[in-house]
Write a protein that binds this ligand. Structure first.
Ligand SMILES: Nc1ncnc2c1ncn2[C@@H]1O[C@H](COP(=O)(O)OP(=O)(O)OP(=O)(O)O)[C@@H](O)[C@H]1O
Length: 235
């Protein structure tokens, strides 16, 4: 579903992504691991169109998307939950959620509302707090809001950047449960996560990035791949 070929991204003269090749099958969950500053966020931002690649190709369901706008990429069915969550402080929880409708501009009002009600059934806390400003929620609730906002648009591919960073274990377990549910619904997921042990349980495969390159890839169910991974990274 996603074919990435020789992807390169620069910030000015800094060469951050240095030739990444990756093929992702529909329905797979791929963990993206690596130390701070190796380019994991930049990798996701490049796929999502937040940053333009300097070279290479990203093909999504047969269509070249590198160089397209973030808006267009989102409407093709790629949801992005960035590390900083982007909850709008002057908007209520519900207004933040309904921004997810922008990903599906041709969907009817009734279908949008059905999607919103589905989210409220799954996340009753968001329903309870729907009239509060988004940033008055706890950190964990804001992360769930950010996930729920992209889920409203029913993405085919979901890019998630460090969702559990700084959150309490119960919320972390909730977030991994949401990721598993999305996978069960057929969503393909690329997950950047520092919590490698927990992420491995949710992932089918993983890659390790160092200085903008993939230095290891493996199968999460393969014990030898997991051991090599744990020896490669020391967080
Ligand atoms: N907008 C930007 N302009 C210039 N340099 C940037 C920009 N964003 C990130 N960088 C630099 O690019 C490099 C890769 O950053 P990136 O955030 O992609 O890494 P990361 O692996 O996601 O790190 P972390 O785990 O800390 O989030 C870092 O050296 C960072 O300082």
């Amino acid at each position: 579903m996603l074919d990435i070929h020789n992807l390169n991204t620069h910030y000015g003269t800094s060469h951050i992504i240095q030739g990444i090749d990756l093929n992702i099958d529909r329905g797979a969950v791929i963990g993206v691991f690596g130390r701070n500053g190796v380019g994991k966020s930049t990798f996701l931002k490049t796929i999502a169109g937040w940053v333009r690649p300097s070279k290479g190709e990203v093909v999504f369901n047969g269509e070249r998307i590198d160089g397209q706008t973030a808006d267009r990429i989102a409407r093709l069915g790629i949801g992005f939950v960035p590390e900083d969550r982007r909850i709008f402080p002057s908007l209520t929880v519900e207004e933040n959620l309904t921004l997810g409708y922008l990903q599906v501009p041709h969907r009817s009002g009734a279908d949008n509302n059905a999607a919103l009600q589905r989210i409220y059934r799954r996340f009753p806390r968001l329903l309870e707090r729907r009239n509060q400003n988004g940033t008055t929620l706890s950190g964990g609730e804001q992360q769930i809001l950010a996930m729920a906002r992209v889920m409203i648009g029913r993405p085919k591919l979901l890019l998630i950047d460090e969702p559990t960073e700084g959150l309490a274990p119960m919320i972390v377990a909730d977030l991994f449960a949401i990721i598993s549910e999305m996978k069960a619904e057929g969503c393909t997921i690329l997950l950047v996560e520092q919590n490698v042990r927990q992420a491995l349980k949710a992932c089918d495969r993983f890659i390790v990035i160092e200085r903008g390159r993939i230095v290891q890839s493996g199968d999460s169910a393969n014990e030898q791949d997991r051991t090599t991974l744990m020896n490669t990274i020391s967080f």
